[in-house]
Design a protein around this ligand. Structure first.
Ligand SMILES: [Zn+2]
Ligand SMILES: [Zn+2]
Length: 459
């Protein structure tokens, strides 16, 4: 089918009175309707007292030396170990097991339980998670969950401690190597203050990190199969490095790689690779939209072992009150993004003009102008068929015989019941509306392709 260009040149009837435009709004407002100056985050940022920028003369005072040492020394020791130590198969599988043990402490414990209260845990499960997470050497629950709550409350702003807008490496690791220029935004942590296990872990954090991070993973392979050195380097140091960077990937990779399945206002994304690295935390777009949900992946086939772990604990009576968002609300987010993608595609198409955009002409003028070009009246719209005469599947003759006439009945089935594609195409050939003769014909008024058109309410 050829490209149809819209003809012009029909005499304009100016008898229609134009309504008056409304006056311009007196006060500019943001798209959300709240002036920026009234927004909580803007107010906090205005009142913040940032530390001076890091320069060559002050950088050594601004570095968090303890964190830097842990982040730099652990991979160096691992590398030395890997170059000088044979990796036994049993030690390898123990490393995998210990990695999962630590990660569960972080994902099911530090993150979903203590940062988000996504479920209630029994005391034995809380102690298990506090020890498992402590062994990953990422700081105490207290510090971790507090920062994470700020991350959610102030996502992508300077009050978010690992603000992804500052770049991949900042959100991955640099944020914890220097003192924050602006303190993380305030978050309610009263529940953590009252939590006995969180407080116990905080008081004993160094001992827990040392024992469960370095001593236990070296002693188990050493005592049971004599591989002290492999346990020390692989299950100890190398495993800590992998646990570190897998967790850090949630702040960097999961804000960078993948799809905005539920919302695109902020940086979090959903991706299988990140989910695989992090025991299911990679469905991060979902997580930022529905943070108190104990799941990060909602579909049964998506990779979320942390969700499965919590569900098993629930079956065993160790966890209860698993929180889930209503399915309809989740579907609304997904549907909004699907519609947004469809709208973007839709906006690339050319759509027919409606009666308000077209000139109105009377019957005599329509008849007169039909003598110089093939104009046909269908459903009150006047169409110029010049570009279509030779492409009409029913032949040129049928069109010629209806020139200057009302062919509504013929088009709607009197001669042939046209396809949806024909309706769409016909609407693109509109050049005018008949004065006083506009007959409301739903099939013609809004062509089929336009009936489910996605509209935008703004925002
Ligand atoms: Zn995030
Ligand atoms: Zn979170």
């Amino acid at each position: 089918m050829g490209v149809v260009s819209r003809p012009s040149g029909v005499v304009q009837d100016d008898s229609r009175a134009q309504p008056k435009l409304a006056p311009a709004p007196s006060k500019p407002i943001t798209t959300s309707g709240i002036p920026d100056s009234d927004k909580y985050v803007d107010r906090l940022l205005r009142n913040a007292e940032p530390l001076p920028p890091i320069t060559w003369s002050n950088w050594y005072k601004e570095v968090r030396w303890f964190n830097l040492s842990v982040i730099v020394i652990t991979p160096l020791v691992s590398l030395y170990g890997a170059l000088t130590t044979h990796l036994e198969m049993r030690t390898f599988w123990f490393c995998v097991f210990y990695y999962v043990f630590n990660m569960i402490g972080i994902t099911a414990g530090y993150h979903r339980l203590w940062s988000h209260r996504a479920y209630n845990a029994s005391k034995p499960l809380e102690y298990f998670l506090a020890v498992a997470g402590g062994g990953s050497v990422q700081g105490a629950i207290w510090w971790w969950a507090r920062g994470h709550r700020s991350h959610h409350r102030y996502t992508d702003t300077d009050l978010d401690p690992y603000n992804a807008e500052r770049g991949f490496w900042w959100s991955h690791v640099v944020w914890m190597l220097v003192k924050p220029r602006i303190k993380p935004g305030p978050a309610d942590i009263s529940d953590l203050r009252k939590n006995a296990v969180v407080q116990w872990q905080y008081r004993n954090y160094l001992a827990i990190a040392l024992i469960w991070g370095f001593i236990v993973p070296a002693v188990i392979p050493g005592y049971f199969w004599g591989d002290w050195r492999g346990g020390y380097f692989y299950a100890g140091f190398f495993r800590i490095v992998t646990v570190h960077h897998s967790t850090f990937a949630v702040n960097s990779l999961a804000h960078w790689l993948g799809e905005s399945t539920f919302d695109d206002k902020h940086t979090p994304r959903d991706h299988l690779v990140t989910a695989f690295l992090t025991l299911g935390e990679g469905y991060h777009n979902f997580h930022h939209q529905f943070p108190m949900d104990y799941r990060n992946a909602v579909k049964w086939y998506q990779w979320d072992p942390t969700k499965w772990f919590i569900a098993v604990c629930n079956k065993l009576g160790l966890a209860s009150h698993l929180r889930i968002f209503p399915g309809g609300e989740i579907d609304k987010g997904r549907l909004t993004m699907q519609l947004r993608r469809l709208k973007a595609k839709q906006d690339t198409l050319e759509w027919p003009m409606d009666s308000n955009d077209l000139p109105v002409i009377n019957w005599e003028s329509f008849r007169e102008q039909s003598k110089t070009r093939p104009l046909v009246l269908i459903g009150g719209f006047i169409h110029d068929l010049s570009s279509f005469m030779n492409q009409h599947p029913g032949g040129r003759g049928l069109l010629s015989s209806n020139t200057g006439k009302d062919a509504t009945t013929a088009f709607l089935g009197g001669v042939y019941e046209h396809s949806h594609a024909a309706h769409n195409l016909l609407a693109m050939m509109r050049v005018g509306v008949l004065l006083g003769g506009f007959e409301h014909v739903p099939e013609i008024d809004i062509p089929p392709a336009q009936r489910l058109r996605v509209v935008d309410f703004g925002g």
